[in-house]
Design a protein around this ligand. Structure first.
Ligand SMILES: [Zn+2]
Length: 117
């Protein structure tokens, strides 16, 4: 089994199994491993949760060693892109009232379907 050598701020060098380590990768634009990427492990000696920044090289090494990769999706780690707002007109209070009235009809679902192009 592959051993991964990492350093704990308390204990110094420690040996880990790939399953002890989680690689957290932030993808941003062209960068496969962007700033904010990190890896973390619970130190086998002191149980401290250690988090360290990961660059392209470290991510490559850990992945090759069989470490589980977690990629930042649309969650809290993903940068927001205000330059790409959703398409279409903004929702107005009138739209909301129309939608509310539509939902009170019995065939609202069919009506919705007939609205989609
Ligand atoms: Zn430790």
């Amino acid at each position: 089994m592959t051993r991964i050598r990492a350093s704990c701020p308390e204990c110094g060098e420690v040996d880990l199994r790939p399953t002890d380590v989680t690689l957290h990768v932030v993808r941003y634009g062209e960068d496969d491993v962007a700033a904010g990427s990190s890896y973390r492990f619970a130190c086998p000696d002191c149980d401290e949760l250690v988090t360290k920044p990961a660059d392209e090289r470290i991510a490559q090494l850990l992945t090759t060693g069989g470490v589980e990769v977690e990629v930042a999706g649309a969650g809290r780690f993903e940068p927001v892109h205000p330059e790409f707002p959703p398409q279409g007109p903004a929702l107005t209070p009138d739209d909301l009232i129309d939608f509310h009235q539509l939902l009170e009809t019995d065939d609202w679902f069919e009506q919705l379907l007939s609205l989609t192009p």
